[in-house]
Write a protein that binds this ligand. Structure first.
Ligand SMILES: Cc1ncc(COP(=O)(O)O)c(C=O)c1O
Length: 389
């Protein structure tokens, strides 16, 4: 269907941070399946683990206990502030589960008849009806009305606006669903003071604070979870993208106090199947074995410094850099060029990057990107900027 405005490029194979098109041209991949291919393409360890898993067991459904799923749930809960995990297949589904959880929490723990879930403007939470309604961008809503009721929005990083949104609903607001760093909305890091204030607000008024870690969780920012940058603990997190290293898996992880689901409340046929969980378990083990958090911090710093140098060199085109670790946004000066222009020129230079809104270009390479590859990225960016200048 015509759901995508695709770029004129067909990728046929990949290795590490590199992908090859059907004309035999190599591209340095700083999109990584949109912040997903954590270990790069065709990683040897992941390939072997998944081949072994295919030989043993792929899918059995959640009618039965699944060892790989239980092991993965333990890995997530041991390393986060959460205690229980529900598995699904994507980010939107993880948020959908979180929204259902929030509503049930409102009904069962707070006695709220028509609960409201609050989220930020310029956020992105996915495309299913509830997730897209939580997404605070009108362009994703148009044409899909009537949207489900029970959602409202406030300004990201603005505590007064968040408080006003909670108060507007006379005790019906039951949860805040929010990204630690807004990804699609322009690579906007959360402000620790805002998040600490939000945590207090939620505690004071009985709201769940649910962090959408779909894009930044699993080490992308140089910490395992985005919330570690903010000095707070959420009641729940949602995960997908990087969790499976390129394989479809999503998760909602919650603290015991928020674990209101009972048997029959929510389900997924494919969710947490042995194959998907093996992918995530392998990504998890490799993050630790290769000490990728320290690596992301170092390579993220190298990338950020390189981008800042380009901003200094091209003040007419570029206006700044935002991000944490290996999610960095290069800000294009309003009225000069658009993100789509730079994406196109970079593609011609064998560098794949992705817009985050009309004026921001996002760099989200595999977490295994090497020092030399960051240099190559910057050289290719220089040539792309020269074409635009
Ligand atoms: C923060 C965030 N949440 C949710 C989603 C939706 O994930 P999916 O496309 O897997 O449904 C995305 C996708 O870009 C995202 O960035």
């Amino acid at each position: 269907m015509a759901t995508y405005g695709r770029l004129p490029l067909t990728l046929v194979k990949g290795s590490g941070c590199w992908v090859e098109d059907d004309q035999g041209r190599r591209h340095l991949d700083c999109v990584a399946g949109i912040a997903t291919c954590t270990l790069g393409h065709s990683d040897r360890v992941l390939r072997r683990a998944l081949t072994r898993q295919l030989r043993r067991l792929q899918h059995v459904s959640n009618l039965y206990r699944i060892q790989e799923q239980e092991e993965l749930a333990r890995w997530i809960t041991d390393r986060s502030c959460t205690d229980q995990v529900f598995f699904c297949n994507s980010g939107a589904e993880a948020n959908e589960a979180a929204i259902k959880l929030a509503r049930k929490y409102g009904h069962s723990r707070r006695g709220v008849d028509r609960p409201v879930v609050l989220s930020a403007r310029a956020s992105f939470h996915g495309r299913t009806l509830a997730a897209v309604t939580a997404t605070g961008q009108a362009k994703y809503h148009r044409g899909f009305e009537p949207l489900p009721e029970g959602f409202d929005h406030f300004q990201y990083n603005d505590l007064d606006d968040a408080r006003a949104a909670i108060d507007r609903h006379d005790g019906r607001a039951v949860a805040v669903l929010i990204e630690p760093l807004q990804g699609e909305g322009g690579v906007v890091p959360g402000d620790p003071a805002f998040f600490q204030g939000l945590r207090q607000l939620c505690d004071g008024r009985g709201l769940l604070l649910i962090l959408d870690e779909v894009q930044v969780g699993m080490g992308r920012t140089g910490r395992l979870w985005g919330y570690e940058h903010l000095g707070i603990e959420p009641d729940a997190i949602t995960l997908a993208k990087g969790l499976g290293g390129g394989h479809a898996i999503g998760a909602l992880a919650v603290k015991t106090g928020a674990a209101v689901f009972e048997p029959g409340d929510h389900a997924s046929t494919f969710g947490g199947n042995p194959f998907a969980c093996r992918a995530a378990l392998t990504v998890a083990a490799e993050l630790e074995r290769r000490e990728l958090l320290a690596h992301v911090q170092a390579r993220g710093e190298q990338l950020r410094e390189g981008l800042l140098q380009r901003v200094a060199r091209h003040p007419g085109l570029l206006s700044g850099v935002r991000g944490w670790g290996l999610i960095q946004g290069l800000l294009l000066r309003e009225g000069s060029v658009t993100a789509a222009d730079l994406v196109r020129e970079a593609m011609a230079e064998g560098l794949l990057v992705v817009p985050a809104g009309p004026q921001v270009v996002r760099f989200v390479p595999p977490l295994v990107i090497r020092r030399r590859e960051v240099r190559q990225l910057l050289e290719r960016l220089d040539r792309s900027l020269a074409r635009l200048a």
